[in-house]
Design a protein around this ligand. Sequence first.
Ligand code: DC
Length: 233
Amino acid sequence: MQEITIAIDGYSSTGKSTIAKQLAKALGYIYVDTGAMYRAVTLFAMRNNFIGPKVENDEDLVQSLAKVQLEFVYNDELGYAEMHLNGKNVEKEIRTLEVSKYVSKVAAIEAVRQKLVAMQQTIGKGAGIVMDGRDIGTVVFPKAELKIFMTASPEARATRRYKELLEKGEKVTYKEVLKNVQDRDYIDSHREFSPLMKAEDAIEFDNSDMGLKEQFERIYGYALRVIEKPKKN
Ligand code: DC
């Protein structure tokens, strides 16, 4: 059976990573969470005071990018890879609302995107990959055999995200989470370099009123259809 590249793009908190992880597991593919890479660079920027409530120093961040070492380290117990920044596991730190507040700004910087896109193309060059993000089907792998573009209403996404953050013990309000979802939608879709948009040949997938099982079954079905299709010579 041929191995393919699967690009899953879409708005924040549409559950892309949950589906992408399940899909990779079912197909025996590698899963790459590109959002984790932008989040890790953001954490680096926050720790070095390049970005924060009162600062935004893109130039110094760009000058220091060579010092940012990112690595996905597979966790056998969890069954997926975790993000390491300069040798340390930062999975927990990169998922906080604090990092979410700044990540879209960092992801809008051209030099940051160039560095991360190049890494993503290297990781995914062998196919047999499920990669989720915002520009995978448009910029990173424009020739991906299967492209999914996930959407859901901002309210449905904020409700899911709010529950997740509460479960992790973060003290947040629903209003704050909804605002973050809306702000990130705006910045991600209006930035100059590779803005979030649906690739022409992507399947639009609205999961506002869909449970996880149904989402997985449908997307797995799309994947099998492509994988089992005889290759044209
Ligand atoms: O998928 P996520 O919410 O963890 O992504 C965090 C941010 O990173 C998101 O607001 C936009 C940015 N991002 C991006 O610009 N391009 C990607 N391929 C992945 C994420």
